[in-house]
Each structure stands twice: as C-alpha cells, then as structure tokens.
Design a protein around this ligand. Sequence first.
Ligand SMILES: Cc1ncc(COP(=O)(O)O)c(C=O)c1O
Length: 444
Amino acid sequence: MSEQKSAQEMIDQSLEYNFFSWTVQSKVKTLALAGGEGCYFWDVDGNRYLDFISQLMCTNAGHQHPKIVSAIKDQADKLYFAAPKFTTQVRGELGQLLADVTPDNLTKVLFTLSGAESNENAIKFVRDYTGKFKIIARYRGYHGATYGAMTVSGDIRRTKIEPGIPGVVHVFDPYCYRCSFKRERETCDLECVSHIEEIIHYEDPKKIAAIFMEGVTGSNGIFVPRDDYWPAVRDLCDKYDILLVSDEVMSGFGRTGEWFAVDNWHVKPDIITMAKGLTGSALPLGAVAVSADIAEYFSDRMLWMGLTYNGHPMSCAAGLAAVEVYQEEGLIENSKKMGQIMKAELTNMQDRHPSIGEFRSIGLFGVIELVKDRGTREPIVDWMAGETALMKQLYKELMARGVYTFLTRNWLFLAPPLIVTEKELKEGLGAIDEVLNLADKAVK
Ligand SMILES: Cc1ncc(COP(=O)(O)O)c(C=O)c1O
C-alpha cells in the first residue's frame, strides 16, 4: 500500500474501481474510514461516529477488540492458511465452543465464510438429509444474496434473481403491527402459524424438507414474535416431520440478549446458520450448526459440500477469540441489561414523538417504525414510490451529531455493539430523540 491518501482520493479511487452493494453506482455516497475503537469509528478527516448499528449488525464486540486483534496476529504468525482437509487447533476448538453455546441438540458445524454461504449449505443439508426438496420461508425474510439464499429470502430483492432455485414457497410473517390477517398481537389466534399449516397441506408435507426463518427478522424490520410463535412453528415441524432452520446470522451471538434468538423461547431448531457476530466481523466466517441426528446421518455418507476456506485458520482464530470475549466479558448479559434500558428510553420517546408508530426491540436489536398517522399507521415515507428524502435527511442529521445508524423504508434501526455502556446508549438515543423532531413535522 502507498502512503496515506486524502479522503477524497480514497473515495474517487473506490468509486472508479469498486462496486458498492445494493445501490445505483453513480449515486453511491461513502466515507473513507481510518480507524475505530470500542463503540466508535472515525474517518480519514478525523470525524468520529458512535456506531449505533455495529456497522451492519455485526461488530458485536465493538471495533478493534484487542483480544480478537491479537488472536488474528498470532494465527497469522503461525499458519495463515491450511487446506480444508487439514485441521488446526483453532478449528477444532471453535467447533466445540459452538456446540457448547448453541442449543444442546446441535453438535457439529460446517464452517463457511458468510451468511449466504451458510444458508446455501443449510439448503443442501436439509434436502440431502430428508430426501425432500421444498422449503418454506417467509416473505419478509432475508437470507443472503447468492441464488439459493436469495430465493429463500422473500424480501423484494428476490424478484431480481427470479426464477431462482426451484421448490421455495413463501408464507406471511409475524409482523404484528401490520398483520396480514388484520388481527392484533395481544388477541390474535396466531393466524400466521395456522396459515403456515394450511400452506403445508397444499404443498404436501412429504415434499417439504424444512422451514427457514430468521431467529428475529432483521433487515426487514425487527419483528419480535409473540412468545408462543416459535414454539408453535416447532410443533408444526414435529407434526409434519419437517426440519426447522433458524437463520441467526443477524440475531445470533447475543444480539437479542441470548446467545441465539431462539433461546428466548427455548426452542431447539434442527439447524442454526450463523456468520456476522461469530467473529464480531473481524474476519469473514460463517457456520451451519446441525443436530446430532443430521451429523450422525453423514457419518457414513458422503458430504456433498466443499469450500476451499472451510475452517480457515485466521477466521477460526478470530471466531474463537470473539466467542470467548462474549463469554469472558458477559456481553450476552450486557445486551439484555442495556436492551432493557433502551426499551425504557424508547417508551419515553414514543410519548414525545407522534411520528413513532411503534418501536420493537429485544436485547440490543431494535427498530423505530415512523408513521404519518398513528391511527391509520400510514408509513412516514412511501418507499415503493421512491419517497425517501425524509429518511435521508434523518440520516444526515444523525451523522452531523456523530451518530451512525441504518435507516431504510420507514424504519430507523438500533443495534449498537454489545459492549455499549449506558452512557453511550443514552448518547445515541439522545441524538435520535433530537432528530425525530424533524420527523414529527411530517405527521398529519
Ligand atoms: C438474517 C441474515 N441471513 C443471511 C445474511 C447474509 O449474510 P452475508 O451478507 O454474510 O452473506 C444476512 C445479512 O445481512 C442476514 O441478515
């Protein structure tokens, strides 16, 4: 690398030679980053930001955690790569640690390098193990941008890769604020689950391999389901001999105040897919954790899966260090504790801001849903019609106050690193409180 460039030089070079995700390339707005520490990061010009979204809901241990940095350096000095047929100490140890922190029925992992790759391989696991091919997933789910994972995602981005892979059927979500069945959360009869059962009948349970769901829906709006939702879906799967896959790529590793979102409801899925928080995103790593039954099935059968970087030593070293950081520093507990404070603050904010239609949160995983009218629940922007100016303005105003988070559609997301202190939490929420005065002006 040459000597330090200016921010503008870095940006110009990247815009000329790199693609940026999910955006029209001529409209890319980026920042040239230089460093980070704890809950903060800064750009080349020295502007410092409180990271209220853990980059992309993934730097769960914060920026530049010293234990993770030194684990990576140590592994780089020893052996930075080993072919997947070999093993290293970190590979075996991380596998065992994951068996410890996942629900006790999950005993073995396949390492990948991303959330999408984890879900791709989970699709292969469920199809091979069951001999069935159909997959049920939810419309407002996101499982990754590769062909299979994107087909399983019901998210609108799926329509861009259609026809995708065959055999995927979508169902409605537990989006209680905008219930597809026009019921209210407290009084409904879980129609979103009886609906899945009806679809199972139409699709033939003998052909359905698995149901894929995010532990808690992430980028499509943080839907925290009712306490009886996940257990009811588990019962359905047992009734019809269908596997249950929880995608915990975003909701895993303490984000919801438990190791995995399903732990909130004591549900044991047959497979958990993970990535992001697995290394605190210090290096790319994903994993598919499977049940003892699935692991046993492959003990005398070929595993038709392979990745050059399965068990990459550097990534496994980062993963081992990150999971140990979560344990040693009590970060899962901190997520729960700070999450309660966040919830109390959001409850107060809702009283002050008519633009807050609803907020949803569990642990340090939250969203504010902005509306024009609380009565009708009309979203504050019609993003389908390309009406996004207000959300862009809120983003700009937050950045001007030194707080970075993610806003899309009519949602403002909250997901600081799990190391966040009460003071940092209040700093971020204070800035959000201020900028929501702008949103209130759009209320009818
Ligand atoms: C729930 C979920 N699954 C899968 C993915 C895909 O992960 P990756 O971008 O690492 O492929 C994401 C990414 O945001 C996600 O939120």
